[in-house]
Design a protein around this ligand. Structure first.
Ligand SMILES: NC(=O)c1ccc[n+]([C@@H]2O[C@H](COP(=O)([O-])OP(=O)(O)OC[C@H]3O[C@@H](n4cnc5c(N)ncnc54)[C@H](O)[C@@H]3O)[C@@H](O)[C@H]2O)c1
Length: 413
């Protein structure tokens, strides 16, 4: 069946719209785009001959089968729930739930409505991510003991202000642990491990956010214990240092490593390195070996889609999940809720100097009950939820100059 798609949010959402329009996303037809910004809709109308809506409810009432949620980072769960209750399947951008209570509500809405829900994490589905999983599944390094995932994406002040229009825009308040899925999801995809505990530390630095109104820290280090006892060290969105993503899996008798980012573009020089030790008979001629993986045969169009091909696989898996009426393996609502909990409870851990927090099992009623009324959030705006501080130092206070520069950029958007 061809899935008729509506997209909420006309910025990141337009990459999905583009893929669907170009026919690059298997069996997806773009039907409508929704954004409450008239300017964004006018700009989108120059490239897309589809229906435009300023109201999400209006789009839900139209002739679509599924929605992509690319609205504000912390507001996906309420829209996902509304969409599923209206009989639409949901592909939700990160982060699936902005509060612990919403993570519980999201799981319950999927169970109640029976609609397909998929958490749209694209970083696992790069050439390197797919190859690392393939080698891991071939038992090249044994069982994972430890892994590292880094998402380092500094953004220059003018661009950051453009991407974060307004004092209360989510990017200006997001604590350093919250955008952790680009680092964690690839490791979960490669190893099939699930998070059960998090300890985190956040590092404050006022300098890095100069020229912006960001209140939060540039970096967090999070230790995530997984359900097989392995420990993953991940970052959130890091806004300091040199640009790049990197993944490393240390197994019982070997290591899989993605390239160092400085050896090429964002994903490095594209070469995957496998090393093996003497704990078992080595299969490799040398201790370590690198090669440039190719796309799998069925992924000819992946290269053309966004984020190193990741967007292609994600939409393909979504359509397959809808057509098979089975929950997507990467990633279903329970994985999405667990990753949200790593972000949210990771932040509480950082505020308490690294205290461990257990990630609840979202399939378990008692575990859900513990968080059913927990709406605490660091994000500012129109809600009445209890507020968390956005930095380990309380809050970075933008200077008068930071505010002046930022407001000037916002007024020109
Ligand atoms: N996976 C990736 O590689 C990737 C890349 C960029 C962004 N993202 C994610 O995509 C989401 C969107 O990111 P962005 O950079 O486009 O954010 P953004 O804040 O720039 O844009 C969100 C858009 O949604 C619209 N919007 C918000 N709430 C709405 C509502 N209720 N009704 C109608 N329109 C509404 C806003 O007007 C805005 O145009 C975020 O969750 C972000 O984390 C993911």
């Amino acid at each position: 069946m061809t899935v008729r798609l509506g997209v909420l949010g006309a910025r990141r959402g337009l990459s999905f719209a583009h893929s669907a329009k170009e026919g690059k996303s298997a069996d997806l037809t773009l039907v409508s785009i929704c954004d409450f910004s008239g300017k964004k809709l006018d700009a989108a109308a120059k490239n897309y001959n589809v229906k435009f809506h300023s109201d999400f409810k209006e789009m839900l009432a139209s002739d679509i089968d599924a929605v992509v949620l690319a609205n504000y980072f912390h507001e996906h769960a309420p829209y996902a729930i509304q969409a599923m209750e209206a009989g639409k399947h949901v592909l939700s951008e990160t982060i699936p739930a902005g509060t612990m209570a919403e993570a519980v509500m999201l799981c319950e809405a999927v169970e109640k409505t029976g609609m397909t829900y998929m958490f749209a994490e694209n970083y696992p589905f790069t050439k390197i991510g797919l190859a690392m999983r393939n080698e891991y599944k071939k038992d090249k390094i044994g069982k994972v003991i430890y892994a590292e995932g880094e998402y380092i994406h500094p953004i220059e002040a003018t661009m950051l202000n453009t991407l974060s229009p307004g004092i209360n825009h989510w990017r200006n308040w997001m604590p350093s642990t919250y955008y952790c899925t680009h680092a964690l999801a690839p490791l979960m995809f490669i190893t099939d491990c699930k998070p059960v505990r998090v300890n985190a530390l956040s590092i404050a630095n006022d300098n890095v956010a100069k020229g912006t109104t960001r209140r939060s820290d540039p970096m967090a280090v999070m230790l995530v214990t997984m359900n097989d006892g392995s420990v993953f060290r991940i970052t959130g969105w890091v806004t300091a240092g040199g640009h790049g993503s990197r993944f490393r899996i240390i197994g019982e008798y070997g290591t899989l490593e993605s390239p160092m980012p400085h050896e090429g573009g964002f994903f490095g020089n594209g070469r995957l390195t496998i090393s093996q030790n003497e704990l078992r008979k080595r299969e490799l001629d040398t201790y370590s070996f690198s090669y440039s993986p190719e796309w799998p045969e069925d992924a000819k169009d992946a290269e053309k889609s966004g984020h190193g091909g990741g967007d292609y696989f994600m939409t393909k898996l979504f359509v397959e999940a809808i057509n098979s009426q089975k929950a997507p393996a990467y990633f279903d609502v329970y994985d999405g809720a667990a990753m949200s909990a790593v972000a949210i409870l990771g932040w509480r851990s950082a505020l308490e100097k690294g205290k461990p927090y257990d990630i609840p099992d979202f399939r378990d009623e008692n575990a859900r009950n513990a968080y059913r009324n927990d709406f605490a959030t660091p994000f500012r705006g129109t809600h009445n939820h209890p507020l968390l501080q956005p930095s380990v130092n309380g809050e970075r206070v933008p200077s008068e100059e930071d505010i002046k520069v930022s407001e000037k950029i916002w007024s020109e958007l």
